[in-house]
Design a protein around this ligand. Structure first.
Ligand code: PLP
Length: 379
């Protein structure tokens, strides 16, 4: 099955009971047993629920994995990966990460004795400088949130294999429409399914996808033992969202390109971060590992003018000023005070998250309306 077909049919067949084409919402916490332990495959909905199972199969299918696991949020999925580790273990992570990922690493798991090294990964070979006997996990986002850095997944996976450490890739920004990290050698793919997979800004959810059965069993144990699962209603919504992922992503990419080009030619804009520019430092890698460049674009105002950036955010009308990304509607955010506020200012600024940085999640509205909105707000 090819990708577009998988988004609609992957891991799903009409429901056995009445042939319903969409998996029913099994809104139940428990299941009748005829004698203790004798049931139809489901005993309690923390452990498994048929609507969630359908979603987990869909996750596995679209990422070319074998096993999918659904969680109550992207951070709950990250939490489950970190629970694979033991005190004394070390993680190497990219220094440009979603703020909440940085926060769970440094404010929660660090105090349980796990060490995090945040490093630049523009050149994947830098990772080898930080690997030692305690290293167990490499954590990568690409494109990164919000600086749109591109990390070479094939090269990173080769390093992970050489040293026998896990490579986990947060594939939230790219989605499997654009890049499939498991095919490039990653061990774990993670998603904030809240974003493009759900696609309609109406749920909060996380996903993990792996190929290896032993790793899947470890993660399933953590999912059940820690209990951060998502409910059947949200599972249904995510399944519905995934069915249009390919057509939405195609338009996100077209509109993202139009917005990036418009901003790049605007005299009041200083820097535009979008991996589709030939001048992007790792454009050649993006071109190789992604099918297109996505709908996320970040930019700064001329002279890093904070007041100008706030004025733009206040004057946008079609772009809604809001947290999050990846929905059909266009959103604008101010990383320094919103998504990345939990990262200390000096750490933030070192990687380019300055006070005038604006991050756009370009939606699937008409391109002309989006450009007109930016024109009006920037002036
Ligand atoms: N990873 C990335 C790249 C994100 O942008 C986000 C949220 O914005 C997360 C992880 C966390 O996901 P959630 O908000 O679903 O917990």
């Amino acid at each position: 099955m090819k990708f577009n077909t998988k988004t609609i049919h992957g891991g799903q067949a009409p429901d056995a009971a009445y042939g319903s084409v969409m998996p029913p919402i099994y809104q139940t916490s428990t299941y009748a047993q005829t004698t203790p332990g004798d049931h139809k495959g489901y005993a309690y909905s923390r452990s498994a629920n048929p609507t969630r199972t359908a979603l987990e199969k869909s996750f596995a299918s679209i990422e070319n994995g074998e096993f999918g696991l659904a969680f109550g949020s992207g951070l709950a999925a990250i939490d489950a990966v970190l629970k694979l580790l033991e005190p004394g273990d070390e993680v190497i992570a990219t220094n440009d990460l979603y703020g909440g990922t940085y926060r769970i690493f440094t404010s929660i798991f660090k105090k349980f004795g796990i060490k995090f090294n945040f490093i630049g990964m523009d050149n994947a070979s830098n990772i080898e400088n930080y690997i030692n006997d305690n290293t167990k996990l490499i954590w990568v986002e690409t494109p990164t949130n919000p600086m749109m850095t591109i990390i070479d997944l094939r090269a990173t996976a080769a390093i992970a294999k050489k040293y026998k450490v896990w490579l986990a890739v947060d594939n939230t920004f790219a989605t499997p429409y654009l890049q499939r990290p498991l095919d490039l050698g990653a061990d774990i793919v993670m998603h904030s399914a809240t974003k493009y997979l759900g696609g309609h800004s109406d749920l909060v959810m996380g996903a993990l996808i792996v190929k290896d059965k032993e790793l899947a069993n470890k993660l399933y144990f953590i999912q059940n033992a820690s209990g951060a699962i998502c409910g059947p209603q949200d599972s249904f919504l995510a399944l519905r969202g995934i069915k249009t992922l390919h057509v939405r992503m195609q338009r996100h990419c077209e509109n993202g390109k139009a917005v990036a080009l418009y901003l790049a030619n605007h005299p009041k804009i200083e820097n535009v971060y979008w991996p589709g520019f030939e001048s992007h430092p790792n454009h050649h890698i993006a071109k190789e590992q992604m099918n297109d460049f996505g709908g996320m674009v970040s930019f700064t105002t001329k002279g890093d003018n904070y007041e100008e950036a706030i004025k733009i955010l206040e004057h946008l009308e079609i772009f809604t000023l809001a947290e999050s990304l990846g929905g059909v509607e266009s959103l604008a955010g101010h990383p320094a005070s919103m998504t990345h506020a939990s990262i200390p200012k000096d750490v933030r600024e070192k990687i380019g998250i300055v006070d005038s940085l604006i991050r756009l999640s370009v939606g699937i509205e008409d391109e002309e309306d989006l450009i007109a909105d930016l024109k009006h707000a920037i002036g």
